[in-house]
Design a protein around this ligand. Sequence first.
Ligand code: NAG
Ligand code: NAG
Length: 526
Amino acid sequence: MRLIVPIAIAASYLVCSGHALPTFEEQRPFLSKGNDVNAIADFQLEDSTIQHYNGHQLIAINATNEHELSALHDLRERLALDFWTPLSLDNPIQIRINPDQKAQFFDLLPSSTNYSIAIPDLQLFLDNQAKLNFETTAIRKEFEKFFTEYHSYEDITAHLDELASQHKKLVKRIQIGTTSEGRPIYAWRLHKKTKQPKSTKKHKKKSHGKNMLSSWLEDLSDNIAEWFESAADIFNPLDEDEDLYEDEEDDYQVMKKKKKQKKAKKPMEIVINGGQHGREWISPAVVSYMMAAMLDSYDSDKSTHRLLKYFKWTFIPVLNVDGYEYSQTQDRMWRKTRQSFENSNCIGVDLNRNWDFEWERRSGYDSNPCSETYVGTSPFSAPESQALASYIASRKRVISYLDLHSFSQMWMTPYGSDCRHEPKDNEDIVEAALHAVKSLKRVHDKQFEIAPVCRSVSETSGDAIEWSYTKQHVKYSYEIQLRDTGSYGFLLPPSEILPSGEEMLSSIQNLALFIRSRDGKGKKGT
Ligand SMILES: *[C@@H]1O[C@H](CO)[C@@H](O)[C@H](O)[C@H]1NC(C)=O
Ligand SMILES: *[C@@H]1O[C@H](CO)[C@@H](O)[C@H](O)[C@H]1NC(C)=O
């Protein structure tokens, strides 16, 4: 069921910019909808619930000094502006302003500031883009067809389920949680199980025959470890529906089998998510693409085959499902979740400020529910960040966590909240990122910049990778800003999905190979 709150976004917008909220009676015409409403009325109703951007402009500024930055910072808080890019001296700053904010914005902007109007009317831009036929990248493989347009969460889920059903032995779907509006958050886990050859044990016993005691101790400790592992698997509530795509075997048989086989050492894990922010459509598309491409090349490509054996891969295309759906149906620019709060008419949490590390440290404006970067009422107050955090915490062997966003082509490392410190694994973290970025560039010649979050997004706190690195010791934790560098920004045309997916796939595969060579089979690190 989709919960549609008509003109909620328009309402929250008005509140933020100091206008009176429409009364419930004023909203009623949009809310009541009988079954006998004819098609025209239907169309009008739909139209009036959709957020329009007439007269909204995108301003681009090349800030040249700290004074300008701090003035922009103040403006952001005072007018609740929507910044599309971080405050920075190195890259253009893009800010969306609505018609009501315009006069005040230019009044308060330091006169020295050089600005240009990147998009004179956002609604025109949106309309024109919808009409344009972007040239699609040549489709070379059947599986690529799905990635020539953006899809609803329902369609993404159905498609990945279909792929999973074609690769039952490789893929499991898990529900990691439920959004504040009640939608399931799904993850797909890919792994090729390796069976320990039966001969290994005998061979070992023979060759070490003279040392019976140590061999017996080895077996004993293996058995104990094995017992703990299967106990953990059984009692782990997150794995409840793990067996969705398993062969039909009852638990008892699985247990017996597990006991018989000497269990192979569990592989390291890589967790990748997109869609913490609704409007960043390219990230769910790229996460789904990577999963689809790995399944597609599994049979033909030895290196994919190996990567699925070496690692367990978890793909979560959309974390903020409500926000993503809302951006698809009601408001193209929606970023936050759709959680509501008792004391505010503004809706939604910025998921990537809600993680339990240094939460609210950079608060101020971000504690305002109307802010685009609202941190929430407490760490993990959003069910979506809580869901992914619990999942990562339940998987003890996660060596890499990748959080995909858009836009600006950056490969970002911890920390976010404090630039005075760097992670103790920083050398390895940066070296791995260099490998990733280099292989990414080889595919379509796109350059991604490597920098800590605190430098590239200005200092933030409560973000996902900082939490995963510090609290879960996930050594290779990265936040990645995908294409482009601002020409289309969040409105990246669907023709960019395939190339963007291809370059990211190459980069994560090389990242994984680097991790395997550097960290071997075991999880070391922090
Ligand atoms: C603003 O831009 C103009 C030309 O584009 C340039 O001559 C001028 O120096 C710039 N001003 C600042 C403060 O950067
Ligand atoms: C900002 O810098 C870019 C190059 O980095 C330039 O293309 C653009 O015109 C500049 N904008 C302004 C307003 O000076």
